[in-house]
Design a protein around this ligand. Structure first.
Ligand code: F6R
Length: 235
């Protein structure tokens, strides 16, 4: 199996493309369950979604985030709760915060997603080490939502958001690879030169490799990879 991928001239055009896909689905299916990522990659998509949201009704949309750090208060500016509130949720007039969901240590997130009917559309970024969610290399194909230890690479990558690398949490709660694979449709998005080596490696994979968690997506029936030219520069 091979991945379907599209190279856009820049991150903005890829993000506007993805935002239109999401907005069209919200229109067609008001009770949409959206799987969301944080980090740098989806920021322009969220901005484009806000720009497209004026005549859209988000009141029946449920969102399920991929992950959250362990040990950060939700009010902490680096928490993924804070990120989602300020980069998306508070700007969607009709969205109900009660319909936003995050994995925690004290409830069965996979069961919660299932009880809502499953994720219709999942957005993923990719780590420079190939992680999706915080499923670091070595994560098993059947992993569910759980507490995970972040690798040194991920902690170093995420340090850019913190005043000091020692403040970066070492653990997170993340949907597992199996959890992610249950989504109906998946968009994996990668922007920038730092992602070029892992994208080259991912697109060369023929089957799931434990050392490259995103390669599990080869086993999914409906995945599209959206790249800007920089992320595609080693192809
Ligand atoms: C974030 C997440 C991570 C990021 C990945 C890329 O919720 O699950 O897998 O998508 O680390 O991060 P950025 O987009 O900051 O390069």
């Amino acid at each position: 199996m091979k991945f379907k991928f599209t190279i856009f001239p820049n991150s903005k055009s890829a993000s506007v493309f993805l935002a239109h896909k999401i907005a069209d689905l919200v229109k067609a299916q008001p009770q949409l369950n959206l799987g969301l990522a944080t980090g740098s990659t989806p920021l322009e998509t969220y901005q484009a979604l806000i720009d497209l949201s004026h005549d859209l009704d988000y009141s029946a949309v449920n969102t399920f985030n991929l992950d959250e750090y362990v040990g950060l208060e939700y009010a902490n500016k680096q928490s993924y709760h804070y990120y989602m509130l300020h980069n998306l949720f508070l700007h969607l007039k009709t969205f109900k915060l009660a319909n936003s969901h995050f994995p925690t240590l004290d409830h069965d997130y996979d069961q919660l997603i299932k009880s809502h009917g499953g994720i219709d559309l999942q957005i993923l970024g990719i780590g420079t080490n190939g992680h999706i969610g915080f499923n670091e290399p070595g994560s098993s194909a059947d992993s569910l939502t759980r507490k995970v230890q972040l690798t040194a690479t991920t902690i170093a990558d995420n340090a850019r958001f913190f005043a000091d690398q020692s403040l970066v949490p070492t653990h997170a709660v993340s949907m597992g690879l199996h959890s992610i694979m249950q989504a109906q449709k998946i968009y994996l998005v990668a922007f920038g030169k730092s992602k070029a080596p892992i994208i080259k490696e991912l697109l060369a994979q023929q089957q799931f490799d434990l050392n490259l968690p995103a390669s599990i997506l080869l086993e999914h029936a409906d995945v599209e990879i959206l790249l800007d030219e920089a992320a595609a520069s080693e192809l």
